[in-house]
Ligand binder design. Structure first.
Ligand code: GLA
Length: 385
């Protein structure tokens, strides 16, 4: 339905036949705040998407239309600056990266829209970046492979939007595979797919419906704290590049050189990297209980040591502990709001959701949104012009 709407809107606005690209949101099972420390993550693309309709024009202009917001923007692909419209900068950032890589783009028109909730930590931003990059790759025959698309989309966000995110979201968006999670080594970008079709269980997201203003500033502070920890260890003679090279033993040995907060931040990251490895082992063994325990431990670390949770997220995770139909739960993404990710017995999804919605409303006086996530394929062309 959404796809037809976007295509039809394009045709009525621009009187041309567009290509269509779909670009999904993502979840992350475990491995949070590890990507920018060159560590491990375990994300997957999910059944929320942004659809792009795109076609070249012969005007040497780019005309963009955001279907859901009913807003438009226009620019010259060879000379442009930042837009006042937040959403446009994700697209402009990608065009800017392509320019920096020496590509000359002709004019093109875009209509996009979809159902990835914004600010819920499902990475609608990576979907915007990778979706437009994939569309332009097809349209102008740029010859970019998937890794280049993920990397340039991340750079667009780092440099143009100004969020110093890691590679996880863009990688999951591009490399997503139906019913599989991706274990990604964020240093080498080596990756492995693990089947994640667990009989009788569902991935459920509980959306706090809050997005605290701390999110982006504190994200960058966490990055600096990790770098600070690495610098301290380097000053004491350790030959390490970043927290990926650090073990818990090293942290214990050098504990006295750390300020207490930096120590806790580093401890969390090093432990979380280990947890991803352990969780993958349990997944291979089909031991969902043990996998779920790692998710709870991850939340504990994010909340108490890394301090990127918030009362709403902690409340939702805590509540699931009273329900044995939930095998694992934790906050997901950057933190300070957004969603928790839960592994829930299929039959319990509806009653649990209803119960938590009621409790959440009572406690925080706001609605709790619920999404059941199916794991889908990454960004792809779904219709040629
Ligand atoms: C955000 C960033 C990712 C990652 C997560 C935390 O989603 O975009 O790169 O750092 O936070 O794991």
């Amino acid at each position: 339905m959404e796809r037809t709407l976007i295509a039809d809107t394009f045709t009525s606005l621009f009187s041309a036949q567009p290509i269509l690209v779909r670009s999904p949101g993502r979840v992350n099972l475990i491995g949070e705040h590890t990507d920018y420390n060159d560590g491990f993550v375990l994300p997957a693309a999910i059944n929320k998407e942004i659809v792009f309709a795109v076609a070249p024009n012969d005007l040497s202009r780019c005309r963009l239309h955001a279907y859901d917001l009913k807003e438009s923007e226009e620019f010259d692909p060879n000379a442009f600056s930042k837009s006042k419209k937040g959403w446009a900068n994700y697209l402009l950032g990608v065009v800017d990266q392509l320019k920096q890589q020496g590509f000359t783009l002709g004019g093109f028109d875009v209509v996009f829209g979809g159902n990835i909730p914004q600010g819920a930590g499902m990475s609608s931003s990576a979907a915007l970046e990778c979706g437009i990059a994939t569309a332009l790759n097809h349209l102008f025959d740029l010859g970019l492979d998937q890794t280049s698309i993920a990397k340039l989309s991340q750079k667009a966000e780092n440099e143009y939007v100004g969020v110093k995110c890691g590679i996880m979201d863009q990688f999951a968006n591009v490399f997503g595979k139906r019913n599989h999670v991706i274990r990604l080594d964020c240093r080498s970008l080596a990756y492995e797919y693990f089947p994640f079709e667990i009989e009788g269980y569902k991935i459920v997201l509980f959306d706090t419906n809050v997005s605290h203003s701390l999110a982006s500033s504190e994200y960058n502070v966490r990055r600096q704290q990790c770098e600070e920890g690495v610098r301290l260890l380097q000053q004491h003679g350790l030959e390490i590049k970043n927290l990926r090279d650090v073990t818990l033993d090293m942290l214990v040995q050098y504990k006295s050189v750390f300020d207490e907060v930096i120590f806790r931040r580093c401890w969390y990251v090093v432990e979380e990297n280990k947890r991803v490895e352990e969780a993958c082992y349990f997944l291979e063994q089909g031991d969902l209980e043990a996998f779920g325990k790692k998710m709870y431990e991850s939340h504990e670390g994010l909340s108490c040591q890394y301090e990127v949770s918030c009362p709403e997220l902690d409340f939702l995770v805590e509540q699931t502990r009273h329900h044995e139909q939930v095998v694992g739960a934790r906050m997901m993404g950057g933190g300070f709001g957004g969603c928790t990710i839960n592994l829930v017995q299929e039959a319990a999804v509806e009653p649990l959701a209803a119960h938590l919605q009621q409790l959440y409303q009572q406690q925080f006086d706001r609605p709790l949104k619920v999404y059941v996530g199916d794991i889908v394929h990454g960004t792809e062309l779904i219709r040629q012009a």
